[in-house]
Write a protein that binds this ligand. Sequence first.
Ligand SMILES: [Zn+2]
Ligand SMILES: [Zn+2]
Length: 177
Amino acid sequence: MTKLIATLIGSGTSYGVPVPGCFCEVCCSKSKKDKRLRSSLLIQKINENNKEENVNIIIDAGPDFRRQALKYNIDHINGIAVTHTHSDHIAGFDDVYSFAIRNKQIPVYSSLGCYGGMVERFGYIWEKEKRSEYLPWHEIKGNKQFEIEGIPITPIDVVHSVAQTHAFRIGDFVYMP
Ligand SMILES: [Zn+2]
Ligand SMILES: [Zn+2]
């Protein structure tokens, strides 16, 4: 039997929770619920009969990507969809890049506007041919559905402070930054 599982591997604000050097009530809280990594979602397609076919998709790779991969035992990634170009959603691409070199090519899906921000920040990945082959980029056009490993994903426009921000709908589940 194949099933899809969505795990919120980060739900923090752009600086995470707690914020270093902040002494507010939330940052000083001892509650586990006040320890939050930067926003990201892990979608897994689990084939209970054949583990080799298991698929991991990540939405956004922020500055906590490395910690999230270790914490949630993410040993391979089949694709990444990016909601928008703010740092807390793309700052982890240096670690994603090293992950791809050691494992396998990871296709990356984003709007053209978002890609512009990624290239500006990680020119050494996407402007040099030999490196971009590890993280091949695919454009999300408008609200046109795309697929990662046979899983249909529908982009939805979100009003945010940067242009071209997307939420993603998978089946009856929506992840909206
Ligand atoms: Zn605080
Ligand atoms: Zn943002």
